[in-house]
Write a protein that binds this ligand. Structure first.
Ligand code: CMP
Length: 147
């Protein structure tokens, strides 16, 4: 069982797509263990995207990620990290397959709807970045036995 971090980015909130994206996660059989809306500041964006700080598009990412709140989600399930990345689709929505979240809801890389951790190591770091102690909760669902 793995747990991974998802951010529903400002365009998802602005376009009222939060429910539709969360439904896709739930329909797949993933379990929501943490969920909160957050207004990001410069510090957390710089930490989260530190590997992009030297890129010419970094100021654009910063402005985008601060424009409106994001929704942070901790989700778990068998192979959750790879499964969520597959549901999410390619980083550039023009290359994301139809049926994926970016493939169905986004057009350009600078407003690509969703972020998902790309490895177990990243997921661990990113979950700690966006959720405080006690905000990611374990529980049992009746469907646990059948997914
Ligand atoms: P994400 O999956 O959150 O991880 C890194 C983010 O950087 C990516 O989604 C995009 O939002 C953003 N990004 C990557 N490449 C570009 C680019 N060429 N122009 C603008 N934003 C980019």
């Amino acid at each position: 069982m793995e747990t991974t971090l998802i951010l529903l980015k400002p365009d998802t909130v602005e376009r009222s797509l939060v429910g539709q994206v969360i439904s896709r996660l739930e329909n797949k059989g993933l379990k929501i263990n943490g969920l909160k809306m957050m207004q990001l500041d410069d510090a957390i964006i710089e930490e989260h995207y530190d590997f992009l700080m030297d890129k010419p598009f970094f100021p654009g990412i910063k402005a985008y990620m601060k424009r409106t709140p994001v929704v942070a989600i901790a989700v778990s399930g068998a192979n959750a990290i790879a499964t969520v990345r597959n549901l999410t689709g390619a980083t550039n929505p023009s290359e994301a397959l139809p049926g994926s979240i970016r493939g169905d809801f986004a057009l350009t890389i600078d407003a690509n709807i969703i972020h998902a951790s790309d490895s177990a190591e990243t997921a661990e770091k990113e979950l700690k970045r966006f959720f405080n102690e006690g905000e990611v909760v374990e529980y049992t669902k009746v469907t646990d036995a059948v997914v």
